[in-house]
Design a protein around this ligand. Structure first.
Ligand code: SF4
Length: 313
């Protein structure tokens, strides 16, 4: 575009999601200074040190490298300290930077403290969701609900909602969906090309071999031959009703109940992308109950404040 003097030159954007460990290194900073007007960078920090270090660990070091057979694991070192030192620089360069937190069964007890910790680091937008895999144990939904209610209390009692957001609390979730008009697919698989190092195309990175447990990768083309439209076609035909079981079609709290096309495929009985996994069902219902608590409490508080303002006038 530069050579053609095309008016689209300069109209591009690189969006990075990074663990942030090398953020302050000289090459990364040089790249940022050179391209800052074309960059969005999100650093993933999972919350408090104990929550973050449960999942985000360095590759284990081994002892006795001179004798490979004696290799021993020394420790699993978490990366929290290596990431958190870069948060101030990141927020200075990208004010309003948001982070993304992932919840699995074992880290449910640390949800509330983790979101509040991220706020205390200056991160105002926390996007957070449960994994789609079938990892949940009996009682996890109640623990999850309890954590979200604690978080709702903290956000409302301390008025964090004025400047901060947490994606757990969204007014539109937890309602029935119209069986005709609410029929769009949840995720963008098939419309957001993923490319691996060998030049293969996937409908999303979740269909690459490294993302899948049981199924074969789905490759829809490559950099030499382009996209095979026939292989892409099933993805472009996806909608909510053709892949959902009856319980989801009739569900009273269906809005906001998400799915991941890659996990649907990996968990399906056959190699199909048309079988929705509902492993997240009880967690979504707990989420909806806590979300209702949040909005009920917030509106009551705002009404009380408004009434007090009227009285004082
Ligand atoms: S997975 Fe459960 S909560 Fe979600 S839409 Fe289906 S029935 Fe409703």
């Amino acid at each position: 575009m530069y050579r053609l003097d095309h008016h689209w030159f300069n109209s591009y954007r690189f969006s990075f999601s990074t663990n942030g460990i090398n953020y302050d290194s000289e090459p990364v900073q040089r790249f940022i200074h050179k391209n800052i007007s074309h960059l969005s960078i999100g650093i993933t920090i999972d919350g408090t040190e104990r929550k973050h270090d449960m999942n985000r660990i360095w590759k284990p070091q081994t002892r006795g490298l001179e004798n490979p057979n004696s290799g021993m694991q020394i420790s699993e070192r978490g990366s929290y300290k290596d990431v958190v030192r870069n948060i101030p620089l990141w927020l200075e360069q990208f004010p309003g930077g948001a982070t993304k937190v992932t919840i699995s069964s074992q880290d449910i007890p640390y949800i509330c403290e983790s979101v509040l910790h991220l706020y205390s680091l200056g991160i105002e937008e926390v996007n957070i969701n449960c994994v789609f895999e079938d990892v949940w144990n009996d009682g996890d939904d109640l623990l999850f609900e309890d954590q979200l209610i604690q978080l709702a209390d903290a956000i409302i009692d301390n008025s964090y909602y004025k400047k901060h957001s947490c994606s757990f609390f969204v007014e539109s979730i937890g309602k029935p969906l119209d069986p005709i008009n609410d029929n769009q697919n949840w995720c963008g698989a098939g419309k957001m090309l993923a490319i691996d190092a060998a030049g293969n195309f996937y409908p999303c990175t979740r269909f690459a071999g490294y993302s899948l447990r049981d199924k074969a990768p789905i490759i829809i083309g490559n950099i030499r031959d382009g996209i095979n439209k026939n292989l892409l076609r099933p993805f472009l035909s996806l909608d909510r009703l053709t892949q959902s079981p009856q319980k989801c079609k009739e569900c009273e709290v269906a809005s906001g109940c998400a799915w991941c096309q890659g996990e649907n495929y990996d968990a399906a009985d056959t190699p199909t992308i048309y079988q929705r996994s509902t492993a997240i069902c009880m967690m979504h219902k707990a989420h909806v109950r806590a979300n209702n608590y949040y909005w009920n409490k917030l509106y009551r508080k705002l009404e009380t404040e408004r009434d007090n303002d009227i009285v004082s006038l």
